[in-house]
Design a protein around this ligand. Structure first.
Ligand code: CP3
Length: 315
């Protein structure tokens, strides 16, 4: 999950002087620093590179802006540009991301910590690219008639693989795939828009001898997702009952805790964290949240959460 960000004063201090979010993501020096901020503060076991899934539309020629109190805003796709992007130009635009990974890996390998690279899943990216802002429930039907869907999904498959391969080459030992809007898809469309395109990426990651973690947020049937996509690790969201996951899924599970629990008091948080740790005690489980840390989270609560997880002894 996102671990850097606005809940950290040291992030806000850099962000204040860097209003252009895309530019900040492509600033090797600052983004390397931001990547390490949560590791320095909390000593997490792994770092997720500071970047964004929307750098892909950006590198494919679609303008992306992050507006304050609004989120991302994308310009219309210019298919003249989009259909003619060359691999070399794409890689040149995203080169700072690979430099950030190299730098992070160098710093973390001393402590034997992994560097996690990531991509947005094709469906989630398609949604941002056509909707041009964060989607709300129910506006999906508009897209089914869009004649460009196949073209966009093919391009994303091609360029996401290029981006994944370069992240692995630069030192990312794990690739997380965020399908943050999988939960908007009706059951009948999951196969075409989510399982199939993600499986193509998971197979590619395996072929490159790396590890995949999938996060199909808010879907109802994780068992079916895992059977169809076959990732190495499945990151669950906080709406799914962890007991169902424990009893139906055999691969390594990650995450689940509702980030809103970090806004409660320490006792409530300890109980909730312990619930997840106990549920998965006999299973392969990586503690994590069910979505990113919320901006109004007190960093001390994150520190306490790490203490609770580290001191858990299965009782
Ligand atoms: O912690 C880290 O270092 C990881 C970095 C990371 C970011 N985005 C940085 C970011 C990761 C892994 C992402 C992934 C991402 N980006 C997703 C998938 C994960 C998820 O949360 O569902 C999505 C959907 C995006 C697209 C995106 N980026 C949105 C919708 C927004 C605006 C909403 C928001 O929370 O502000 C962003 C901005 C963004 N990406 C921020 C950060 C730290 C906030 C930047 C700021 O306003 O200062």
């Amino acid at each position: 999950m996102r671990q850097a960000g606005r809940y950290l004063p040291e992030f806000r201090s850099i962000r204040k002087d860097n209003q252009d979010f895309i530019k900040l993501c492509l600033n090797t020096k600052l983004s390397s620093e931001i990547t390490l901020q949560p590791i320095i503060r909390f000593n997490f076991d792994a770092a997720i590179v500071f970047s964004d899934i929307l750098l892909i539309p950006h590198a494919l020629g679609q303008q992306v802006n992050f507006k304050k109190d609004f989120g991302p805003e994308l310009q219309k796709i210019d298919f003249e540009i989009f259909n003619n992007v060359r691999k070399e130009d794409f890689l040149e635009k995203l080169n700072p991301v690979y430099e950030i990974i190299k730098e992070t890996k160098n710093k973390l390998s001393i402590d034997n910590k992994d560097t996690i690279g990531f991509v947005g899943a094709p469906w989630t990216l398609l949604l941002y690219m056509l909707n041009r802002k964060s989607p709300k429930e129910g506006n999906f039907n508009v897209f089914q008639k869009d004649r460009n869907i196949h073209n966009i999904l093919d391009k994303l498959d091609e360029f996401l693989k290029i981006h994944i391969e370069e992240q692995i080459k630069s030192g990312a030992s794990i690739i997380q795939i965020f399908d943050s809007w999988a939960g908007l898809l009706p059951e009948k469309d999951l196969e075409f828009f989510s399982y199939k395109p993600i499986k193509s990426l998971v197979d590619f990651i395996r072929q490159k001898k790396s590890i995949s973690i999938c996060f199909p947020r808010n879907i109802n049937n994780y068992k079916k997702f895992v059977e169809n996509v076959n990732p190495d690790v499945i990151n669950i969201d906080y709406n799914i009952d962890p007991l169902i996951i424990r009893d139906t899924i055999d691969i390594t599970v990650q995450g689940g805790l509702d980030p809103k629990i970090l806004l409660q008091n320490k006792d409530i948080m300890r109980d909730e964290v312990t619930k997840y740790l106990k549920t998965f005690d006999k299973k392969r489980y990586i503690f994590n949240l069910g979505h990113g840390v919320l901006p109004n989270t007190d960093p001390d609560m994150v520190k306490y959460l790490v203490d609770v997880v580290r001191s858990f002894n299965g009782q």
